[in-house]
Design a protein around this ligand. Structure first.
Ligand code: PAF
Length: 281
C-alpha cells in the first residue's frame, strides 16, 4: 500500500490504472478509524480492482471549532488498519493541499439540508460537499462507499453527485454496532465510562420502537422514543424523526408507501451521537 500526501502524485498513479480499465473504489474518512470504516474498506477491496482511502479531517464541515480541535487523530494507527484491510492507496493530504484557496462554493440541497443534522449543524453539509466533491475530482472513483450511520450525509452525497453530473456509484453500508448495540463512531472515544454505558439505551430504544408500529401512531411512537431516552439522566434527545429515505420528509402515518428511517441525535454531556434504524413494516 502506498501512502500519498499530494494530489498530483495520487492522480498520476490513478490515471495509469484507470487507463488500464481498473475499477477504482473510494472510501473517504476523517481517520480515527473503527470497525465501521474497516467494513467499508473491505467492501471496496472485495468489489474493485483498486481501493483508495482518504484520511482528512475537513475543517470546513465543523461548525464548532472546539469540535475540530478535539477531533481524534491517530494517523499511524489508521494507516496500519487501512493497510491490513487490503487497501492500495491511502491519501493523507494537508489542509493546504485540499484548500489551496478558500472554497466559497454553496451547494443548494433544498429541503434535504434543512432538517435534522442540516438544521442543527449550520453549514455542515456544505462543508462535506466541498471536500467530497474535491476528493471525487482527485480520485475519480467508479464507486464510493459511505456508512449508513450518517444517513442524511449519504442521501446528500447522492444528490451532490447528480447535481454535479458525476458518474460515481454511491454505495451505503450497514451501521456497525458495539456488542451492546451502540453505533460505532469516532465520537464514542470521548465518552466517559458511565456515559458510554448509558449510551446503549439509544439503539436499544430504537430497536424496541420498531416493534411498536402496530400499537402506536407515528406521533405517539416519536414521543415514546424521546421520553424513553430522556428519562436517562445522561441522555438528552436533540431530535428524533421518522423520514422517507429519498426526500427525508417527516412521515405522518405508517401506511405511506415509502421506505422509512428513524433518525436520532442525542447529546451525551458535550458529545453528540447520531443513530438510525429502518422502520419498514
Ligand atoms: O463521514 C465522514 O467521515 C466525513 O463527513 C467525510 C465523508 C469523510 C467527509 O469529510
Amino acid at each position: 500500500m502506498k501512502v500519498v500526501d499530494y494530489k498530483a502524485e495520487l492522480q498520476n498513479e490513478l490515471q495509469d490504472l484507470a487507463q488500464k480499465n481498473k475499477k477504482i473504489g473510494f472510501v473517504p474518512t476523517m481517520g480515527a478509524l473503527h470497525k465501521g470504516h474497516i467494513s467499508l474498506i473491505k467492501k471496496s477491496v472485495s468489489e474493485n480492482d483498486i481501493t483508495v482511502v482518504s484520511v482528512f479531517v475537513n475543517p470546513n464541515q465543523f461548525n464548532d471549532k472546539n469540535d475540530l480541535k478535539n477531533y481524534p487523530r491517530f494517523i499511524d494507527k489508521d494507516v496500519e488498519l487501512i493497510k491490513n484491510a487490503g487497501c492500495d492507496f491511502v491519501f493523507t493530504p494537508s489542509v493546504k493541499e485540499i484548500y489551496p484557496k478558500e472554497d466559497n462554493r454553496i451547494f443548494d440541497f433544498g429541503d434535504l439540508n434543512k432538517v435534522m443534522e442540516g438544521k442543527q449543524r449550520n453549514g455542515h453539509f456544505n462543508g462535506v460537499a466541498q471536500v467530497v466533491s474535491k476528493l471525487f475530482n482527485i480520485v475519480k472513483p467508479d464507486v464510493a462507499y459511505f456508512g449508513r450511520k450518517d444517513f442524511q450525509q449519504y442521501v446528500i452525497i447522492k444528490k451532490m453527485v447528480k447535481m454535479l453530473n458525476m458518474s460515481i456509484e454511491i454505495v451505503d453500508c450497514p451501521i456497525v454496532r458495539e456488542t451492546d448495540g451502540l453505533a460505532m463512531s469516532s465520537r464514542n472515544l470521548h465518552l466517559t465510562d458511565i456515559q458510554r454505558n448509558n449510551s446503549s439505551l439509544i439503539s436499544k430504544t430504537l430497536f424496541k420502537a420498531r416493534n411498536l408500529t402496530n400499537k402506536l401512531s407515528v406521533k405517539e411512537l416519536k414521543d415514546w422514543v424521546v421520553d424513553a431516552i430522556n428519562e436517562n439522566p445522561f441522555l438528552d434527545v436533540e431530535y428524533f424523526d421518522i423520514v422517507d429515505d429519498l426526500e427525508l420528509k417527516s412521515i405522518s402515518n405508517w401506511q405511506e408507501n415509502n421506505n422509512k428511517v428513524g433518525c436520532i441525535a442525542v447529546k451525551v454531556g458535550k458529545i453528540r451521537l447520531i443513530d438510525n434504524v429502518n422502520f419498514n413494516l
